[in-house]
Design a protein around this ligand. Structure first.
Ligand SMILES: [Zn+2]
Length: 98
């Protein structure tokens, strides 16, 4: 399902640049299967794509490998960084079909 989400990175200032990992300067983006998770104040703190949690960190998006079914305590449990939502989705699709 495509839902237009106002980019949370600009915090209402609509000053995102093309380097924004979520909206790439559009100030809003189509979630396209990505569900925003809000805290009780209505602030977006994470995204969910096909059951995998994506957390924004600065200008990047991160996914822990444990979110993809790997053991939390495994040495393989690494954090991956991505520059765009499309990259994250591609990575998750790839990992889920392995
Ligand atoms: Zn943005």
């Amino acid at each position: 399902m495509k839902t237009l989400i106002v980019c949370p990175n600009h915090e209402g200032n609509f000053d995102c640049t093309p380097f924004c990992s979520l909206c790439e300067g559009d100030q809003e983006f189509y979630s396209d299967g990505v569900v925003a998770e809000e805290n009780t104040k209505g602030e977006i703190f994470a995204y969910d794509y096909k059951g995998v949690t994506i957390r924004p960190e600065g200008n990047q998006l991160t996914v822990w490998k444990s979110a993809l079914g790997y053991s939390l305590f495994s040495p393989d449990n690494k954090k991956y960084f991505f520059d765009s939502l499309d990259e994250v989705k591609w990575f998750i699709e790839y990992e889920l079909t392995k």
